[in-house]
Design a protein around this ligand. Structure first.
Ligand code: SP5
Ligand code: ZN
Length: 339
């Protein structure tokens, strides 16, 4: 049986061109050719994969995660931003919630936490389709047609929290699935993107039905800087249900797998989830332009394999990964390893 892949070509229409980092305007890493190269690599391997276009996700499932104003702002962006243009929030208030007007694009910064995540005419449609891929992958696994499915989510999701977008993320795809499924069974989210999944952590910080584990570059040195520390363990009922494993610059496959086997996999196993969501970023790759780990392509086979051996129904969601030339191979190597 082939491994199902969910993707819609309209996800390519969200096109951030630049980001602002350290005061400079640089080429945006989250380009459409990331998704293109993944889908081309998958298409070339049709004995192993089948590609499906997802049905559109019910809006209510996104509304269960994100505040109305944030989604209204995305609609505003679609109304007021010309095709091909981008809007970068430049004012980020921490107060004045009662005054916020999500139909005024100039107030976009109220729902945003960084300067790398522009709104475009197509952002809202692409983000909805990205969540649709995740949703269909979950439905596939829940219908027991197979134990694993892959959603080619773009834009990514793990940095978006209930009321803030950022880190190239607008809708938290993993959270949209987990919020629905947690009513039926325990859900574990394993985030292997190079960056801490701050949005996912925030959304489930007080929740004991959703376990959140993230392995990432030490936030003292790497984005998103303000979260991802070992001391963040959850609050209230959620205390003990959040685990962060920050690792130093240069971490290679051997050390990464050691951490997985020693800390991460046993923690997930003892939680005994009915569904596992893998937030799969490939910016841990040795030559990634924004990550700083040293994983090699072969390491993704092992990583897929040890996660697959948990023997839990799993949906794998695309997050980051910016080395476009090797991205397709790294993704398919991981997925093949999982099987
Ligand atoms: C989904 C995802 O991976 N989002 C990552 C957002 C990171 N944004 C900050 C990037 C800072 C880039 N710094 C470049 C350093 C190059 N050596
Ligand atoms: Zn990342």
């Amino acid at each position: 049986m082939t491994l199902p892949v969910f993707f819609d070509r309209r996800q390519l229409l969200h096109r951030p061109v630049h980001e602002w980092t350290k005061g400079e305007k640089i080429a945006h890493p989250e380009t459409l050719d990331r998704a293109e190269t993944i889908v081309e690599t998958i298409e070339a391997d049709s004995n192993f994969f089948s590609i499906y276009q997802p049905q559109e996700i019910p809006l209510s499932l996104i509304q269960n995660v994100h505040v109305p104003g944030m989604l209204m702002l995305y609609e505003t962006a679609q109304r007021v931003i010309a095709e091909g243009e981008s809007f970068y929030p430049s004012v980020f208030p921490k107060r004045s919630a009662s005054l916020v007007d999500p139909t005024d694009i100039r107030q976009a910064g109220y729902f945003c936490f960084d300067s790398g995540t522009p709104l475009t005419f197509n952002t809202w449609e692409a983000a909805r389709l990205s969540a649709s891929c995740a949703h269909e992958a979950a439905l596939y696994v829940e219908s027991a047609k197979g134990r694993v499915a892959y959603a080619l989510c773009r834009p990514p999701g793990h940095h978006a929290s209930h009321d803030l977008f950022g880190g190239y993320c607008y809708v938290n795809n993993a959270a949209v699935i987990a919020k629905r499924v947690r009513k039926k069974c325990r859900v574990a989210i394993l985030d292997i993107d190079f960056h801490h999944g701050n949005g996912t952590q925030d959304i489930f910080y007080r929740d004991d039905a959703v376990l959140v584990v993230s392995v990432h570059g030490n936030p003292k040195e790497f984005y998103p800087f303000f979260s991802g520390y070992e001391t963040e363990k959850g609050e209230g009922r959620g205390k003990g249900f959040n685990l962060n494993i920050p690792l130093p610059r240069g971490c290679d496959g051997q050390e990464y797998m050691r951490q997985m086997r020693l800390k991460v996999l046993p923690f997930i196993q003892s939680f005994d989830p009915g569904l596992l969501i893998v937030s799969a970023g490939f910016d841990t790759y040795q030559d990634d332009p924004i990550g700083a780990f040293a994983l090699e392509t072969g390491d993704y086979a092992e990583l897929g394999e040890i996660i697959g051996k948990l023997n839990i129904s799993t949906i794998i969601l695309q997050e980051g990964g910016y080395h476009v030339q090797k991205l397709g191979l790294n993704v398919t190597t991981f997925l093949r390893g999982f099987r």
